[in-house]
Structure formats: structure tokens, C-alpha cells
Design a protein around this ligand. Structure first.
Ligand code: FAD
Ligand code: DHB
Length: 392
């Protein structure tokens, strides 16, 4: 069965859902296709930090109301090492802040808005096939095969999606770096032991204390990427957390672990992020290591550019913004790749690290926590460079 639409969006993560909503606000029609069911995408625990620009985008798009009620604005973070904490004051250094609000809450808000607007968002689609040359997207839904013949396709289907692979060989250059560690993340039913995020560097490896709500804590430790979660009973995780966060006079409170998983870490991207009328956005085009919480924010930055470029083309026929979509996004993508790599390198323990490497990490931490110029660099990148920065 054929379905009419202007833009086919593959994937209902933050990138696909926000793109659909921004296009709708500009009067452009789209259909969103999602492989999983609604409950699965709404429960998937991932990132939790929104940059200043991401929170402003959600507010301006009229989907920030619950975020403003339930999220928490943070004006700094702590870097902790050698038993001492050092605050990086974002508000004072940059006048900007971050919002702690779970990615799945952003996803819930966007799904609810899409449904309230009565616009097409199909869950549990199967066998999605993308033809960027036509352009066309075919898929199965509720036992029937369908075809979309849109003007453009947005590949928002994450790292494991199909859109990136629908381009002919050799069109996209892929760049990948795997890190020799992963993050074991837990969600625990306990009041956070801190008001601000703590990034800890310790000889046993990195640890991060984040938050979700007054009664929910999110914690991570660096582990071997090939380790099995079965090797990590809750007591062992807490023990490791206590050790890595140790600071005189400070206590980590424990609580029931309600979710735990190990995620490998990589830097990945494709250049360009487009082929014919197929445009890749978010994790479909790039992955950054999670130190610095950039993945979701980069997805939002991509779809802002894409929504504006698609709207200009579909309403006036001018495709110059679409032509420069990839170049414009990649300027930010490379900046964020560098920041995420830098934070990762400064804070993690690398296998077979020599003493020079350890002293270099320590020198970097001492500099970042003592120099106004260096801490401003961290604060500016962490809270997110303003949109349009790349054109300046
Ligand atoms: P996704 O959120 O991956 O959404 C893609 C969507 O496409 C999914 O819903 C998927 O089901 C759907 N899809 C896939 N294939 C198809 C298909 N063939 N047809 C239709 N739909 C399809 N970032 C951080 O900053 N901090 C973190 O702690 C953090 N933790 C993470 C943990 C994990 C396990 C992962 C995978 C990522 C994590 N990230 C984290 C990264 C961050 O969550 C992502 O950058 C963000 O989700 C990107 O959004 P997206 O919409 O581009 O992709
Ligand atoms: C969270 C994740 C991150 O990668 C990060 O750097 C900070 C916070 C989080 O899930 O809360």
C-alpha cells in the first residue's frame, strides 16, 4: 500500500522524533517508522544530560514543559581525583548550564506530542528497505507491506540501523576507534549522594556519579569491554564505586539496583552524512565515547540543521542548505569527537599505561582544575557550543 508523505523518517529515538516535530512546526509532513514497540523505546535507559542548547530547543519547540518541572538544572560538575574534589563552575565561567533529565523522558514527551497531534508514528515496523536513489522506503507493518515515496529520507535509525548501509559502497568514508574499556552503568533506587555530577579518576579506573531524580541515582564504572555483566553482582559494583569515589568526609549511599548493563566505547563517524536525498542524523552517522554526555546532544544539533534545510527546500525549492547539511554538521561532530576523546583520555585508566602516561593525566587534571582558561574550555564544551558557532 502506498503512503503519501514529504519526509520518511527511519527511527524513533531522540533524533527521529524531534526531527518529525520540528518539521511539523514548519508545516512539513513526515512519517516516522520504528522497529521496536513503544514501551521498549520509552524504557530504554541511556543518556541523562542535556546541553543548554538542547534544553532551549525543547522549550522553543513546546515540548519542554515536563522537563522544566521534573528535570534539574545544574550549574557545575565535580572532577574528583586523589581524594579531593574540584568544582567546575559552568554558570560563572560561561553563563550557561545543563539539565539533568533522562533521555527516555525526552522520548516519552516527544511520542506523546506526536500522538496528541494525530501524526503518523508507526511502531514495530519490519523489514525496512531504503532506496536513496528513488527515494523510497518499503516496510511491513501489521502483516501488510507498505511503500513510502517521499521527497527525502532521514536516517535516524541509530548505529545498528539500515539507512547508512543503503548507500553504495565507497560513497561514505567510515572512521572508527574502539577503546580498550566500556562502562558498566547502574540505575539505583537511592537518593543521589551528590547534588552535582562527579567524574572520578582513580588508579582502579574511571567512575561517574550521575542522577535521575531525588530518589534515583545513575552510576557508572569503567570495566573491560568484553566483561560479562554476570561477573558483576551488586555488592562488587558498590565496592568498586566506594573505592573509586573515596574522599574524606564523603559517603556513597547504596540502594537496590534496578537496571545494569555494560556498553562498549567507540568513536565513529561517516563522511559525508548524506547521499542523494538520504540524510543521516544522530547515532546513524556518529558515535562518541560517553564521557561528557554528548551523543544525544549531537543528535539534536543535527536535526535542527536538517529540519531547517528540508523546510527551506520543500517550501521554496532552494536546496543550498541541504547541500551543506553534512559540512555544517561535521564541523560540530569533529569538535565533539575531540572533546569526548579528551575527557575520556584524561579520566580513564588505559591498559599497559606507563608512569609517564599517568603523570601526564595528572598534569592535565591539575591544569584543568586550576587554570581559568582550561576550566572555561571544559565548561564551554560541556554545556555545548552555541548553535551557529561553526559558521563564525
Ligand atoms: P537512537 O536513540 O539509537 O534511536 C534510533 C532508533 O532507530 C531506535 O529507536 C531503534 O530502535 C530504531 N531503529 C533501528 N533500526 C531500525 C530500522 N531498521 N527500522 C526502524 N527503526 C530502527 N549517550 C550519553 O551521552 N550518555 C550515556 O550514558 C549514553 N549511554 C548509552 C547507552 C547505550 C546502550 C547506547 C546504545 C547509547 C548511549 N548513549 C549515551 C548515546 C545516546 O543515547 C545516543 O547518542 C542517542 O540515543 C542518539 O539518538 P538517535 O535518535 O540518533 O539514536
Ligand atoms: C550521564 C551519562 C554520561 O555519559 C555523562 O557523561 C554524564 C551523565 C548520565 O547517564 O546521567
Amino acid at each position: 500500500m502506498g503512503i503519501d508523505t514529504e519526509v520518511a523518517i527511519v527511527g524513533a529515538g531522540p533524533a527521529g522524533l524531534l526531527l518529525a516535530h520540528l518539521l511539523h512546526l514548519d508545516g512539513v509532513e513526515s512519517v516516522v517508522l520504528e522497529a521496536r514497540d513503544r514501551e521498549y523505546v520509552e524504557q530504554r535507559v541511556r543518556a541523562g544530560v542535556l546541553e543548554q542548547g538542547t534544553m532551549d530547543t525543547l522549550r522553543e519547540a513546546g515540548v519542554g514543559e515536563r522537563m522544566d518541572r521534573q528535570g534539574a538544572v545544574h550549574e557545575g560538575i565535580e572532577l574528583r581525583y586523589h581524594g579531593a574534589g574540584h568544582r567546575i563552575d559552568f554558570a560563572e565561567l560561561t553563563g550557561r548550564a545543563i539539565m539533568v533529565y533522562g533521555q527516555q523522558e525526552v522520548v516519552k514527551d516527544l511520542i506523546e506530542r506526536r500522538q496528541a497531534d494525530g501524526l503518523p508514528l508507526l511502531f514495530e515496523v519490519e523489514d525496512v528497505e531504503v532506496d536513496p536513489d528513488a527515494p523510497a522506503v518499503t516496510f511491513a507493518h501489521e502483516g501488510e507491506r507498505h511503500e513510502l515515496r517521499p521527497r527525502a529520507i532521514a536516517g535516524c535509525d541509530g548505529f545498528h540501523g539500515v539507512c547508512r548501509h543503503a548507500t553504495p559502497d565507497g560513497v561514505l568514508s567510515e572512521r572508527t576507534r574502539e577503546y580498550p574499556f566500556g562502562w558498566l552503568g547502574i540505575l539505583a533506587e537511592v537518593a543521589p549522594s551528590t547534588h552535582e555530577l562527579i567524574y572520578a579518576h582513580h588508579e582502579r579506573g574511571f567512575a561517574l556519579h550521575s542522577l535521575r531524580s531525588p530518589r534515583l541515582s545513575r552510576l557508572y564504572i569503567q570495566v573491560d569491554p568484553h566483561d560479562d555483566i554476570e561477573n558483576w553482582p551488586d555488592e562488587r559494583i558498590w565496592q568498586e564505586l566506594h573505592t573509586r569515589f573515596e574522599k574524606p568526609g564523603w559517603t556513597l549511599e547504596e540502594g537496590p539496583v534496578i537496571e545494569k548493563a555494560i556498553t562498549p566505547m567507540r568513536s565513529f563517524l561517516v563522511e559525508p552524512m548524506q547521499y542523494e536525498r538520504l540524510y543521516l542524523a544522530g547515532d546513524a552517522a556518529h558515535i562518541v565515547p560517553p564521557t561528557g554526555a554528548k551523543g544525544l546532544n549531537l543528535a539534536v544539533a543535527d536535526v535542527r540543521v536538517l529540519a531547517e534545510a528540508l523546510t527551506a527546500w520543500l517550501t521554496t525549492g532552494d536546496d543550498s542548505q541541504l547541500d551543506s547539511y553534512s559540512e555544517k554538521c561535521l564541523a560540530r561532530v569533529w569538535r565533539v569527537q575531540h572533546f569526548s576523546w579528551w575527557m575520556t583520555s584524561m579520566l580513564h585508566r588505559f591498559p599497559e599505561e606507563d608512569e609517564i602516561q599517568q603523570r601526564l593525566q595528572r598534569a592535565e587534571l591539575d591544569y584543568v582544575t586550576s587554570s581559568r582558561a582550561a576550566s572555561t574550555m571544559l565548561a564551554e564544551n560541556y554545556t555545548g557550543l552555541p548553535y551557529g558557532w561553526e559558521a563564525a
